[in-house]
Design a protein. Structure first.
Length: 153
């Protein structure tokens, strides 16, 4: 039964990260940390942008939890939460950086309602190139508003 609890922690941490990412994106990235995030709303020159520093911050948090969760030689709750954050980071990278922004030449085409709606929502978000006035701050969760545009009738 312990494995069910641990799996639950991983899933809970993963889901909590979507809420954390939304909040961070709306109130921190488009707030006092706009100086980092602004690079994501401008044409990129080179492989990296200043906005990538946010990924490093979350990776440090995940790694710290994983290391702390195995410090005594056993896996405790911190490990499983850190692992959930790690899995969210992988999902974020694959969906946002690879699929939506095509930073790697993978996953270019799709007929998926979800992925079409996600790309559209992100395009709407990037229509605004300033700190204020943007919408669609989620990363993996796509609002019904955008899903309905691509839903099969």
């Amino acid at each position: 039964m312990n494995w069910i609890f641990n799996l639950g922690l991983v899933i809970l941490a993963f889901c909590f990260m979507e809420a954390t990412a939304w909040f961070t994106h709306k109130y921190i990235m488009h707030g006092f940390m706009w100086r980092w995030h602004k690079s994501h709303h401008e044409p990129r020159h080179g492989t990296f942008e200043k906005n990538d520093l946010f990924g490093i911050v979350f990776a440090i948090i995940s790694a710290t939890l994983i290391i702390a969760g195995t410090w005594n030689g056993q896996f405790d709750w911190k490990f499983y939460i850190g692992f959930g954050v790690f899995l969210y980071g992988i999902a974020y990278f694959l969906v946002h950086d690879v699929f939506v922004h095509q930073r790697l030449p993978w996953l270019r085409n799709t007929n998926s309602t979800y992925f079409k709606a996600m790309r559209f929502a992100h395009k709407i978000h990037h229509k605004v190139t300033s700190k204020n006035g943007a919408e669609a701050f989620g990363f993996l969760f796509v609002s019904k508003k955008y899903l309905n545009k691509y839903r099969q009738k």
